[in-house]
Design a protein around this ligand. Structure first.
Ligand SMILES: Nc1ncnc2c1ncn2[C@@H]1O[C@H](COP(=O)(O)OP(=O)(O)OP(=O)(O)O)[C@@H](O)[C@H]1O
Ligand SMILES: [Mg+2]
Length: 268
């Protein structure tokens, strides 16, 4: 199995001296879906930018695909959806933003156009393609930035809060796109403070506390079932688990689908 990402002893401080990431290690194998979960200010967005090569670590190393190549030389294989997508939508129309990545990588125009049309259709952006990106709503900008990230068809996709501001219908579209891409072999790293989202986007959780230290790294079902660990990080158990716990169930479900199955058993 290919090691897609190997981050060793990575640290990063902002110019004002804020130490956002210290001695961070993470290894991700091909095809994994990893959620980095932690409270506000833990350093998740900083980490996504570091792992995606948008900012350079002050210390440590990040190796991609077992090669010595830096992220900037691997823009055809690594893509990032940042937390503030408006900063990365800078062309005069949404269409130009979506076609920008493929054009930089010299992907033939016709192929790029087909790809963009298909992504716009899946994420319901078609009617917005001729709009300037700054006119889009927050949720529309996030969907446009996601389409722009995946337009290069990366092997490693890093997503910072991929469904923040996105309504329920479009959230399903985003999640189904991510599922499909994962089934096709894409490795995904998602950052979120939302534990309810985790079972829908990941199989493995890296839980970080408010200082950015890793306090757990394991299967979703194990990490999210450990309530005291979540509380250490200022997080609650998934909503569905809390509902079942309130009703006196000691081994609550972690996902809505599991909860629904348990309820229908009870109601039979
Ligand atoms: N440009 C900046 N200059 C100085 N400090 C910053 C800057 N950006 C972020 N920070 C600080 O770095 C730390 C980590 O911020 P980061 O945005 O990575 O957290 P986060 O885990 O993504 O939080 P959230 O869940 O709110 O998105 C915080 O203490 C934050 O205040
Ligand atoms: Mg963030």
């Amino acid at each position: 199995m290919t090691r897609v990402l190997d981050a060793r002893d990575v640290s990063y401080s902002y110019p004002d001296g804020t130490a956002a990431i210290e001695a961070f290690d993470l290894t991700v194998e091909a095809g994994e879906r990893v959620a980095v979960v932690g409270p506000n200010g833990a350093g998740k967005s900083t980490l996504i930018q570091l792992l995606g090569g948008l900012i350079e670590p002050d210390g440590g190393t990040i190796t991609y695909f077992e090669s010595g190549a830096p992220a900037d030389d691997l823009r055809d294989r690594i893509a990032v959806l940042p937390q503030h997508p408006d900063e990365y939508l800078f062309n005069s129309t949404v269409r130009d933003d979506l076609e920008y990545g493929p054009a930089q990588l010299s992907i033939p125009k016709e192929q790029a156009r087909e790809r963009v049309a298909s992504l716009a259709d899946r994420l319901e952006l078609t009617a917005l393609l001729d709009q300037p990106p700054f006119r889009l709503s927050g949720g529309e900008q996030r969907r446009a930035a996601l389409a722009s990230a995946v337009a290069v068809d990366p092997d490693l996709l890093l997503l910072d809060e991929p469904v923040a501001d996105v309504d329920a219908d479009h959230r399903e579209r985003v999640l189904s796109l991510l599922d499909r891409r994962h089934e096709q072999g894409e490795t995904q790293i998602v950052s979120t403070p939302n534990v309810d989202l985790v079972p829908q986007v990941a199989d493995r959780v890296v839980l970080v506390d408010s200082t950015g230290s890793v306090v757990a790294d394991g299967p979703v079902t194990e990490v999210l079932a450990d309530r005291s660990l979540l509380e250490t990080c200022g997080l609650e158990a998934p909503t569905v688990a809390r509902v079942f716990e309130m009703a006196g169930v000691s081994d609550p479900p972690l996902t809505v689908a599991e909860g629904a199955a348990r309820l229908s058993d009870l109601l039979e």
